[in-house]
Design a protein around this ligand. Structure first.
Ligand code: GUN
Ligand code: FE
Length: 417
């Protein structure tokens, strides 16, 4: 048993914070046992860490991030998607053919993930199985809850970053089979996006998904170009999402759709039907995609929404930065297209960053009893000029914070920051 004292904040639901000021949280075997205003007598003498007026929140979940792109963050941000992929991203990912290089990149990536308080993530590797296995194994060893994917690309890709269909399926099957029994970092099928995957490959991946009960992550309707190109290559499909449905990829496990900026009604219907996540990556969409997700209206239609850093389409690793950016973008969207959109309150964005994103991985993303103690302690953001309520500290941290403001971090009860 371990007791912590702090101001404690989590998302009660999409629209509401739960705030327990000046409270005690009891943690047993890595699980939250209870939260108390006054420490119960049974806990007298139990080890207690006092964080005073600082604020404890759940750790963040990043549902879309590319580990091999960590070295290119903040570069090429003046390009649009296709040029950015060809000029920066594909050459960078090709370097992970060398497992030693990839290993060093993935060490640095994971250090950054943890120091930014992201303890659960959906991560893309590259087409290279060996390097991607190294990434997954590192995450498993760190007890990071994750879905990790070996990327598939067999058409319209540069020669130096392209597989044959047979090779892609063979390597993916070995990857799925090897890690199917993992407890923390699990394998997931990861077709890069429809423009670089033949339909035959996608159908083969659908068969593997069924065999290994593995879900899928991909980029979906992320730009007008991508949506049109996907349907051009698959003219028998009416929309991007239907390509994956017809390939049997929406029925085997979690479905994680990055971006989802230009969905048709049919895209929305299909994603909802499989209870898939639409992952907003706010910085990436302004950097390389040039579109804004209709967050409020998608949420109203019952789509599950979470946040992603999309390193390196996005330039900042912290999901807290994307929570504030999500609010900003919702205001722009509502300003320019007021008929179908409205600005979201900060509570909605924090919910996406913690409880809703965390739900993908199990009982994480909240601090209610029964949840895993995956938590952060943020420094009190009060200043000499005004009192700041605990939930305002959370908001100010998401707008102005950086890793130095995270005083402590716990994964399944174990201190990692
Ligand atoms: N679409 C296909 N590949 C990528 C990628 O690496 N990043 C982003 N943001 N979009 C993509
Ligand atoms: Fe991406």
């Amino acid at each position: 048993m371990q007791i912590y004292h702090a101001n404690i904040v989590w998302s009660e639901n999409r629209d509401k914070f739960a705030v327990r000021r000046d409270s005690y949280i009891a943690v047993e075997n890595g699980i939250v046992e209870g939260i108390y205003g006054k420490l119960p007598e049974k806990y007298t003498g139990a080890p207690l860490t006092d964080y005073g007026n600082n604020v404890m929140i759940p750790a963040f979940s990043d549902l879309h991030v590319h580990a091999p792109q960590y070295p290119q963050r903040g570069l090429g941000m003046d390009l649009l998607l296709s040029d950015w992929l060809n000029t920066y991203t594909f050459p960078q990912e090709a370097r992970c053919a060398d497992p030693e290089y990839a290993d060093a990149v993935y060490e640095a990536f994971l250090k950054s993930l943890i120091e930014n308080g992201t303890f659960h993530a959906c991560v893309y590797g590259t087409i290279h199985r060996e390097a991607t296995s190294g990434l997954l194994e590192k995450m498993e060893a760190l007890n990071l809850r994750a879905y990790v994917g070996k990327v598939n690309m067999d058409i319209q890709s540069p020669e130096y970053l392209c597989e044959t269909m047979e090779e892609s399926l063979r390597e993916t099957e070995i990857f799925l089979e090897t890690y199917a029994g993992n407890q923390y970092a699990k394998p997931i099928i990861t077709p890069r996006f429809a423009p670089t995957c033949s339909f035959e490959l996608l159908k083969g991946l659908g068969r593997l998904g069924k065999k290994y009960q593995a879900g899928m992550q991909t980029h979906l309707v992320e730009s007008r170009w991508e949506a049109a190109e996907s349907v051009r290559l698959n003219p028998e499909c009416s929309c991007d999402t239907q390509i994956y449905e017809k390939a049997g990829l929406l029925e085997n496990g979690p479905v994680i759709a990055a971006h989802f900026i230009f969905p048709s009604d049919e895209d929305i219907r299909l994603l909802k039907k499989c209870s898939g996540y639409a992952v907003q990556c706010p910085d990436a969409t302004v950097n390389v995609i040039a579109g804004i997700m209709q967050t409020a209206s998608l949420a109203d239609q019952g789509i599950r929404l979470a946040l992603g850093s999309d390193i390196a389409g996005g330039h900042l690793p912290g999901i807290y930065t994307q929570a504030s950016r999500s609010v900003q973008l919702s205001k722009l969207k509502a300003f320019y297209e007021p008929e179908a959109n409205r600005a979201i309150p900060f509570e909605n964005a924090f919910f996406m960053a913690t409880k809703e994103g965390g739900a993908l991985f199990g009982k994480v993303g909240s601090l209610e009893p029964g949840y895993e103690f995956d938590a952060l302690v943020i420094r009190d953001f009060s200043d000499p000029f005004r009192e700041i309520r605990p939930e305002e500290t959370v908001e100010r941290f998401c707008y102005t914070g950086n890793p130095a403001d995270i005083l402590a971090g716990f994964i399944h009860g174990k201190a990692v920051i």
